[in-house]
Design a protein around this ligand. Structure first.
Ligand SMILES: [Zn+2]
Length: 162
């Protein structure tokens, strides 16, 4: 694919240009930081597709590397968060060649689902009766299941054991 001469290049979205998606991406970036702490945060990238249409917005690490589909305007904050999580998942998986995020119970890639207005990471489970599909965490809350282990944590001294 060759770029047309003089055509505007993909660029990072400016502060305040797409506040709802900015907000959603900040939430998804929390999950990225909790699970892949060495990764840079994802950014919103505007791709001026044609002169007639509005820019297409991608979730990417850099304007030079766009993966997956552009975002489709959302009708609610929950829908926006689910869409941004899907786009982030595409970008991270394609960039790193691995499933993201992974359910730590079943070692499976999870998927964003809007469950009654609560965007969540959903895992297909182990496909057995004792390992059904389940919701692992709300989007933005993967840090709650990826806490670093604290082997040196001491029991509070004054706590009475019964
Ligand atoms: Zn699972």
């Amino acid at each position: 694919m060759s770029a047309l001469f003089g055509r505007p290049e993909p660029r990072p979205v400016l502060d305040g240009e797409y506040p709802h998606w900015d907000e959603a991406l900040a939430v998804v970036n929390r999950d990225l930081a909790a699970t892949l702490p060495d990764q840079r945060p994802l950014r919103l990238i505007a791709h001026p597709d044609t002169e007639d249409l509005d820019a297409q917005i991608y979730v990417a690490f850099s304007p030079r590397e766009l993966h997956g589909n552009s975002l489709i305007p959302a009708e609610s904050a929950a829908e926006a968060l689910t869409a941004v999580a899907e786009a982030a998942q595409d970008t991270v998986s394609e960039r790193l060649w691995r499933a993201w995020p992974v359910c730590t119970v079943h070692d499976l890639g999870m998927h964003p689902r809007d469950l009654d207005g609560r965007p969540s990471w959903w895992c297909a489970g182990g496909a057995r009766r004792d390992a059904p599909a389940h919701v692992r965490a709300a989007i933005g809350e993967l840090d709650t299941i990826h806490q670093p282990r604290r082997p040196h944590r001491k029991r509070p001294k004054n706590r009475r054991l019964r």
